[in-house]
Structures are given as C-alpha cells and as structure tokens.
Ligand binder design. Structure first.
Ligand code: SAH
Length: 348
C-alpha cells in the first residue's frame, strides 16, 4: 500500500523527501500546498517539477475526499456535507456559522461501535478508523468549498475519537501547526463518550484543546440505560478523569447532556448533576435530544428544558442550551450518511 502523504508532519515529510533525494525546501513547498492551500492533487502543486510529481504519485497516496452531497439549511445557513473516501466509504461533516466564527464538525470513524441508544451513527456498527489526512481533508474541502476560514473545529461527528487515539493526536498536531491551517488548540474540541484510560492519556499530552464529555446522566444506573459504555466506567471514574484533565491542562471540562423527555430531564436529575459537578471548573451544554426514527426517545419539552437549566444556574453552574442548527437538513449525527447508504442499497 502507498504511504499517506498528507498524514505526515513537516519533519516527517522532510525525511520522506530526503529519502527520495530531494531537498528540505521541497518538503516545505509540498506541505504548504497540502495543508495551507488545501489543494486536492499532486498536479496542482505547480512549483514542483513534473518528474518529482510523478515520483510522488508512484510512492504516495494523496487523500482527497469527494463531495457527493451538500445540504444547506434555509433557516441558518448550516451546511451538511457527505464525502466519499478513497475506499468507497462515506462520512459526513457539518459547517455552522456563529457570531464568533465558522465552526466545522468532523467525523473521526466510519460508523461507531459505542452503541449509544439515541444516536444514529452507531446503528450500522463500526467500519474503520479515519486516518489523520481523512479527518483533515473534511476541513480542507469545506474551506475550499466555502472560501471562508474555519475558526473552530469540533470532533463531534460520527465515531468515538478516543477510540482512534493515535490518528486523532496526529490530526490535532497537523491542524494546529503554524505551517498549516494554524487553528489554535483552544479552538479545537474533542468529544468523548468517556473512555477513562484514554482521557487520562490525553491529559498527559498537555494539549490546550477542550475535552467534552458526553455525560447525559448523573448516576450509573441512568447512564447505563442510555450508553453501553457506562457498564465499563463509572460516573465516579469519569469525574476523576475530568479532574485530572483539568489539573494537567488547566482547561475546563465541557459536559454534554442530551435531554431525553421523561428519561433524564427531571429536577431530580438536575439536583443529582449539581451534587456531582457543583464546584468543578466546567461548562454544561444541554442538547435537546434529536429523535431518530429507529428509537422511541422523545425530546424534552421547553418547560422541562428551562427548568433544568434554571436549576443549574441557581447553583452557579455555567450552562447553555445548544442552539438547534440545521433543523431542516437531517440534523442528528449520522442521519445523512445512513440515509445515503440505505438508499444506495435499496437501488441494488
Ligand atoms: N463519540 C463522541 C462524539 C460523537 S457524538 C461522544 O460520544 O461524545 C457527539 C455528541 O452528540 C455526543 O454528546 C452524543 O451523545 C450526542 N448525540 C448523538 N446523537 C444525538 C441525538 N440524536 N440527539 C442529541 N444528541 C446526540
């Protein structure tokens, strides 16, 4: 198999080029084409000679995702992209415009094995990990398509990023590299369902990224109803890992809490949540659950959502309700990809 040229750091690329008998500055030029100018083939790297481009083509794969669908929300301008990977798999990514800048949500795996009950990304199971270049190229293709700079990246699309740890780390280094898109680590968020050993490993890397934990319930009993991973790690172990992350990095934890009507949105759960995280340096993001047709979960009503939020606020917990974006375009994670692959199968 050919090596994946867009997954190398600049230093690694320099040693690859020197093995081909090329000077360092050629690596700098190529890196700039790939990671700053976001080109999608060797042939666009016009200051490299044709013979060098041919040599590169023989030895390396140039990852470039193909946009197969684009849905744009008429309400808020949110865009959902469906990309085809080199092996025929599909991933989806989302572009959102906020007053503080443009945000892109990327996938980290094809499918997911975590099995969260309310999530569409996991219904067909897990296919494979994405490479660093496949994660990057979601952002590069969107940058090229919109013609606008991406200021924030959230790894909250399909997949469990900490289950693809090494590739995730390489991706973060490349994305925040000053020779590439140079996106500040403070503007990168990684969301996990709570793989405790990996959360601690990530803390030890001492990056400046935000760690978001999908908590969704304040007790083990409730959490196990929503997320199979809760059988492996307890809420107490999660809290210890979050505290450790804060101690090592100085970055406050962001808790995600998807509100499911009648399941985890009562005052009792709000009180249990306060007892659990009160006094921690953290932020809570309430997400009214986006119902998927394969499950019978319903979203919380407005009154319950407000009541939950007010209760947290009264106890001095930073809390926001996630604004619903792209309501008209297959909002929930994994829905677009799933619809696309299902209709492809039914045409067979
Ligand atoms: N595997 C990672 C990241 C992907 S999911 C994680 O679990 O955090 C990103 C976030 O969206 C998670 O908090 C997830 O629980 C939530 N989510 C998934 N499907 C949802 C739905 N239908 N409604 C609301 N939130 C959902």
């Amino acid at each position: 198999m050919k090596k994946d040229i867009k997954s190398f750091t600049l230093e690694e690329l320099k040693s690859e080029m020197s093995a081909l008998g090329e000077k360092n500055f050629r690596a700098v030029q190529l890196y700039d084409w790939m990671h700053k100018k976001c080109v999608s083939s060797f042939d666009e790297c016009t200051n490299l000679s044709e013979s060098l481009r041919n040599k590169l083509k023989e030895n390396y794969e140039f990852t470039s995702l193909k946009q197969v669908r684009l849905q744009e929300s008429a309400i808020d301008g949110t865009k959902k992209y469906l990309f085809e990977l080199g092996d025929g798999n599909f991933v989806e990514s989302v572009w959102m415009k906020y007053h503080h800048g443009n945000s892109v949500c990327i996938s980290s795996q094809v499918g997911c094995k975590m099995g969260c009950r309310f999530c569409a990304s996991t219904l067909d199971g897990w296919e494979r990990n994405l490479t660093p270049s496949e994660m990057l190229d979601q952002i590069y293709r969107i940058t090229a398509e919109t013609g606008e700079r991406v200021s924030n990246v959230v790894v909250m699309g399909t997949g469990e990023p900490l289950d693809n740890y090494d590739n995730l780390l390489q991706f973060i280094h490349l994305l925040s590299d000053e020779n590439g898109l140079n996106i500040s680590q403070r503007n990168i968020t990684v969301s996990t369902c709570g793989l405790v050993p990996k959360m601690k490993m990530l803390a030890d890397e001492k990056l400046q990224i935000t760690l978001a934990l999908s908590l969704h319930a304040p007790t083990d009993e409730k959490r196990r109803k929503l997320m199979p991973i809760a059988e492996r790690y307890s809420v107490l172990e999660l809290m210890e890992a979050c505290t450790y992350y804060f101690e090592q990095t100085g970055r406050r934890i962001s808790f995600e809490y998807s509100l499911v009507g009648g399941v985890n949105d009562n005052l009792k759960e709000a009180e249990e949540l306060i007892a659990l995280i009160g006094g921690m340096n953290c932020h809570v993001n309430l997400i009214p659950v986006n119902p998927i047709k394969e499950r019978d979960y319903v979203t919380s009503d407005t009154v319950s959502i407000e009541r939950f939020k007010n209760k947290l606020e009264k106890n001095r917990i930073n809390v926001t309700i996630r604004r619903e974006m792209g309501r008209d375009i297959d909002g929930a994670c994994g829905q677009l990809r799933r619809r696309h692959t299902q209709s492809a199968h039914s045409e067979e």
